[in-house]
Design a protein around this ligand. Structure first.
Ligand code: C2E
Ligand code: CA
Ligand code: CA
Ligand code: CA
Length: 279
């Protein structure tokens, strides 16, 4: 059953909910994969639009399955979230990102902040703050070098609790960005109240930005709203020069996307860190 669609192996498709024997097997397998370090992080550059300088990296998890090859997060994050395994995986991601920053530093490379994705279940984990701060301390990393990306899904159940954890992370020096902006339901109240410094416009608005006038209007309005609230704007999923030019003209601050770089293994980031820009 390899290679469904774009070459990605659909690992969990038909088995997400049913509590079959196969599920139990998958869960056992998943735990073992965390223990055996079968997960890895790929990194995608974030680029500012004035001089095309590198301003950050987003860490994106992959599962290097010994038999099935590279499995992408859309094929296992949902399962992990339904089973609290996301907390275990999340801890692994925090540690792996910090270890990587420490390795780059040891190699004498200029550093930029690394963003990790934190899912709603992780924000509800009372140990999150402690885990993050302990891991940063263990690798002697300044909190400003780790960023947290959250989605509006974090606020569906309990806004105040989620917000409190974020306030604590912020007070400890971490920066927080609101991811997938425009796809959630919780509206503008979040933008006003949350201790975030940036929003990331979801790539569904970027895809047709040149041809779909409503997408262009949404993006332009979002940028002006964000700027008026003192927030930076990052556009996701920028694949073409035309999209880039449009976004720059609209006043967008930063972009991420295949146009500059796909997510790549840490080894391929070394040269990018050394150079520090994309011009
Ligand atoms: P996301 O946080 O919105 O991450 C951006 C996704 O868009 C990544 O997919 C990235 O590879 C993809 N992307 C970047 N630039 C382009 C582009 O120009 N065009 C297109 N078509 N796609 C682009 P990926 O790595 O498959 O991750 C998918 C989602 O899985 C992420 O979406 C995030 O929600 C989740 N995820 C990834 N890593 C983690 C993690 O460590 N923890 C948690 N909780 N979730 C994660
Ligand atoms: Ca993200
Ligand atoms: Ca996103
Ligand atoms: Ca997403």
């Amino acid at each position: 059953a390899k290679a469904a669609g774009a070459g990605t192996y659909r690992f969990f498709d038909s088995s997400l909910n049913a509590s079959s024997a196969r599920d139990v097997e998958l869960l056992t397998r998943f735990k073992r994969a965390i223990r055996d370090d079968e997960f890895c992080l790929h990194y995608q550059p974030r680029v500012e639009l004035q001089e095309f300088g590198l301003v950050g990296l987003e860490a994106l998890v992959r599962w290097q399955h010994p038999e099935h090859g590279l499995i992408f997060p859309n094929d296992f994050i949902t399962l992990a979230e339904e089973n609290d395994l996301i907390v275990l995986l999340g801890r692994w991601v925090i540690a792996a990102a910090c270890r990587q920053i420490a390795d780059w530093r040891a190699a004498g490379l200029p550093l930029v902040p690394v963003a990790i994705n934190v899912s709603p279940k992780q924000l509800k984990d009372s140990a999150l703050l402690e885990t993050v701060m302990e891991t940063l301390a263990r690798y002697q990393i300044e909190p400003g070098l780790l960023e947290i990306e959250i989605t509006e899904g974090c606020f569906i159940e309990d806004f105040d609790t989620a917000n409190r954890v974020l306030e604590q992370l912020r007070a400890n020096g971490l920066r927080i960005a609101l991811d997938d902006y425009g796809t959630g339901f919780s509206g503008l109240k979040n933008l006003k109240k949350l201790p975030i410094y940036a929003i990331k416009i979801d790539r569904s608005f970027v895809r047709d930005i040149r041809n779909d006038n409503s997408d262009a209007v949404i993006v332009a309005s979002t940028i002006s709203l964000a700027h008026n609230l003192g927030l930076q704007v990052v556009a996701e999923g920028v694949e073409s020069k035309e999209q880039l030019v449009h976004l720059k003209t609209a006043g967008c601050d930063q972009v991420q996307g295949f146009y500059f770089k796909r997510p790549v293994p840490a080894s391929e980031i070394v040269e990018i860190l050394r150079r520090g820009r994309f011009t």
